[in-house]
Design a protein around this ligand. Structure first.
Ligand SMILES: Cc1cc2nc3c(=O)[nH]c(=O)nc-3n(C[C@H](O)[C@H](O)[C@H](O)COP(=O)(O)O)c2cc1C
Length: 483
């Protein structure tokens, strides 16, 4: 039987992806400020590789020598050796393809000052084009399967594409001016790496800021990139400086505002909240005769949603960043029909906050102190959590249950809630033997159950359910209401 859907291979030039699951770039903060690949970086990507995704996009690495916090670099030939070893290690241990995401960014200062695109001379702009071309060439030299040009979020190329680009010369004004630098970079990169080497671009399907562009212009940007022969298009959202929330003594950070939330949508947002972007872009490309593969991302949390996206032609690849951080083995588990063993991301954004504070990016669901997702263990099925109780206190439902015995292998608990005892929703997960549900209004009956899981994702039977019946509070006009 020919595999279809998620496990159908995809050929992108000479790069053959073994399936449709892609790890989009995700900064690890594991590198030093020197920018060299180190053991921790290698271990992180080898862990992803073990899970057998189709594509691994290595975290954004700088094409230029500008100073920054911990960040990988590809800004000089001295970085090629480490990147080559990393590519070799990934290829040696997995069928995944690997491409680095390459980035140019402007300066920011603790005072809140930031360099903007209108401050760049045409000579400096020419330098950016050259930096991208040289970095892409190094990616090919390092044995990468391709390269991804970062044109998303708050960084240089995205700021030129932005509808908020303030330049009044040939690199700004109308859409054609805003497209100019991106187009020059793609052309220069192609000239450097040749016509065969896969060159992908990540850009914004929606800037998610006031006065920014949305899918109408994103479709035009995508079409231009396709006309210039890019090998794939990866869509992201938001992540802009324009609406960042200033933090005392810290340089401006582009993921602190609403557009940052839209970039990494938390559990508050519906699944697939950004899917309208690939839908618009893919349709437009197809209507104009381009088959350029499109990568969708943004809280694509379930297999059913991932399969529907592919089946309905909304995108060609499913980007899963936080989902694969939580459980790098997800692609293998889905492939082998072990869906129930996936340690499912709860989109709590602890990883986002760590990144924001320049701290090593880890997952809230990993065992305490673990530097990487635990390797697969052959634990036996955990016992169902015992002694679940629920109490209404202080306007919230407080759940507690007996903690699994040390040595049981239990790493965490999924918490389920229902308002009819029949349809259950997973509302949270964590390692503690308790949870406070602050999102359960009174005047209702709530049912809860808990399930334990181990490092390999083996799940216990569900606990016995508990029910809390919450009377409607009495609301006295202008007065106190009882609990
Ligand atoms: C900690 C962290 C670091 C990220 N770093 C990058 C990055 O280097 N480049 C990039 O294009 N996107 C980056 N992203 C955005 C992700 O690639 C992805 O688009 C986003 O998390 C939404 O996908 P998800 O819901 O599958 O996590 C990062 C996200 C997180 C959580």
């Amino acid at each position: 039987m020919t595999p279809s859907g998620l496990f159908a291979p995809l050929q992108i030039g000479p790069m053959r992806l073994q399936n449709r699951i892609a790890l989009p770039a995700m900064v690890t903060r594991l590198s030093g400020e020197d920018g060299f690949v180190n053991q921790a970086v290698t271990d992180r990507y080898l862990r992803y590789a073990q899970g057998e995704p189709g594509l691994i996009v290595l975290e954004a690495m700088a094409v230029h020598r500008s100073k920054s916090g911990p960040l990988l670099r590809i800004s000089g030939d001295e970085y090629v050796h480490g990147l080559r070893e990393l590519a070799r290690a990934i290829h040696g241990s997995s069928g995944a393809c690997v491409v680095p995401q390459i980035i140019h960014f402007l300066k920011v200062a603790r005072s809140g000052w930031r360099q903007t695109v209108d401050m760049l001379s045409t000579g400096e702009i020419r330098g950016i084009v050259q930096d991208y071309a040289a970095a892409a060439y190094r990616a090919a030299e390092a044995g990468m399967d391709g390269v991804e040009l970062h044109m998303a979020h708050a960084y240089t190329l995205s700021s030129f594409l932005s509808k908020r680009n303030p330049r009044a010369d040939q690199y700004g004004k109308g859409l054609e001016g805003r497209l100019r630098l991106a187009s020059e970079v793609v052309a220069a990169v192609r000239a450097a790496v040749g016509s065969d080497f896969p060159v992908g671009v990540r850009f914004l399907g929606d800037e998610c800021i006031k006065g920014g562009y949305s899918t109408g212009e994103a479709r035009q940007i995508a079409l231009r990139l396709a006309q210039l022969g890019v090998s794939y298009i990866s869509l992201s959202a938001g992540g802009k400086f324009e609406d960042h929330v200033p933090r005392e003594g810290q340089p401006p950070y582009p993921y602190t505002g609403y557009s940052g939330d839209r970039c990494m949508p938390s559990h508050e947002y519906p699944d697939g909240v950004n899917l309208y972007m690939p839908i618009a872009v893919k349709r437009y490309l197809t209507e104009h005769g381009f088959a350029t593969p499109v990568i969708a991302a943004g809280k694509i949390a379930t297999r059913a949603m991932a399969e529907a996206v592919l089946r309905d032609g909304q995108a060609d690849l499913i980007g899963m960043a936080r989902g694969l951080l939580a459980d790098p083995d997800l692609p293998r588990k889905w492939r082998d029909g072990q869906d129930e063993k996936v340690v499912r991301c709860i989109y709590c954004n602890v990883c986002k906050n760590l990144d924001e504070n320049f701290r090593e990016v880890r997952c809230f669901l990993w065992p305490k102190g673990a530097g990487h997702a635990p390797a697969v263990h052959a634990w036996s099925l955990p016992d169902a959590p015992a002694g679940l109780t629920a109490q209404w206190r202080g306007g919230a439902v407080r759940l507690s249950w007996a903690k699994a015995a040390a040595g049981s292998g239990v790493q965490g608990y999924d918490i389920f809630r229902s308002d009819d005892g029949a349809t259950w929703e997973r509302i949270w997960a964590g390692s503690l033997a308790g949870y406070t549900d602050v999102a359960a209004p009174a005047g209702r009956t709530w049912h809860y159950m808990v399930q334990a899981w181990d490092g390999a994702g083996n799940r216990s039977p569900l606990s016995a359910p508990v029910v809390v019946d919450l009377p409607m509070p009495a609301f006295a006009l202008g007065g106190e209401s009882g609990e």
